[in-house]
Design a binder for this molecule. Structure first.
Ligand code: 13P
Length: 250
């Protein structure tokens, strides 16, 4: 059966000593948690130290991006193999901020997914519509296209390593959250796409996380939906108490 997961996407926040303190605090406070897998995804330069602190793997460690290349002359890039060498197990791919500000396409994200899985990194792949698309009633088409594009030629075996995050762009960092009904409706839609692309069992086993202004005050309601298996948390993952409170919402 699929896992309940709460993952923290720190984005470009915190300086190194603050980040390391936060990881230690989350580790300490997570001891009381049951029934939920925690993942933290700090900026790249924290990963090596974080990998040592989290070496017992009770909390999963994730990166926020990686290169689509194996190695070589790609100045400024970080390869999947470099990430696994620091105990990093997960990687967020296709976040809307990367799509918007760095022009990432489904095709590029698909390349990254393949090379990450080849290097034993588990991708957390993101999809989400912008406000105009929802207002134009195109949100289901947008998500279907993104999922199809990202999962192109991904085999039944490879999909087992993937987590999906639905993050409506209009809800990210805005304080506006998708309603519980909107989240459930889209998560069920995504699970149906996975079922059609693969099979029922795969669809039932894949964790689908909600992201977008998820906080301790709304997490319980969102996570109570049958197809919402947890959250990908931005702002609220930067405070250990809030992050742990969210994880207690199951
Ligand atoms: P916020 O929780 O800050 O809205 O961010 C969500 C997000 O983008 C997680 O990846």
């Amino acid at each position: 059966m699929r896992k309940n997961i709460v993952a923290g996407n720190w984005k470009m926040n915190k300086i190194f000593p603050e980040g390391i303190e936060l990881i230690k605090e989350i580790k300490e406070k997570s001891k009381e948690l049951q029934n939920v897998k925690l993942i933290v995804a700090p900026p790249y330069i924290f990963l090596n130290e974080a990998g040592t602190i989290l070496s017992d793997k009770q909390i999963g460690l994730g990166a926020q991006n990686c290169s689509n290349k194996i190695n070589g002359a790609y100045t400024g890039e970080i390869s999947p193999e470099m990430l696994t060498s620091t105990n990093t197990e997960y990687v967020i791919l296709g976040h809307s901020e990367r799509r918007t500000y760095y022009n990432e396409t489904d095709e590029l994200i698909n390349e990254k997914i393949k090379i990450c899985i080849d290097n034993r990194l588990k991708p957390i792949i993101c999809c989400g519509e912008v406000l105009q698309e929802r207002e134009d009633n195109k949100h289901f088409d947008v998500i279907e296209k993104q999922i199809h594009g990202m999962l192109k030629d991904i085999s039944e075996e490879q999909i087992d390593d993937i987590i999906i995050a639905y993050e409506p762009v209009w809800a990210i960092g805005t304080g506006k959250t998708a309603s519980s009904e909107q989240a459930q409706e889209m998560h069920q839609f995504i699970r149906n796409i996975v079922s059609k692309l693969y099979n029922n069992e795969t669809a039932n086993n894949i964790s689908i996380l909600y992201g977008g202004s998820c906080k301790p005050t709304n997490a319980k309601e969102l996570f109570s939906n049958p197809d919402v298996d947890g959250g990908l948390i931005g702002g609220a993952s930067l405070k250990a108490n809030d992050f742990i409170e969210i994880a207690k919402s199951f």
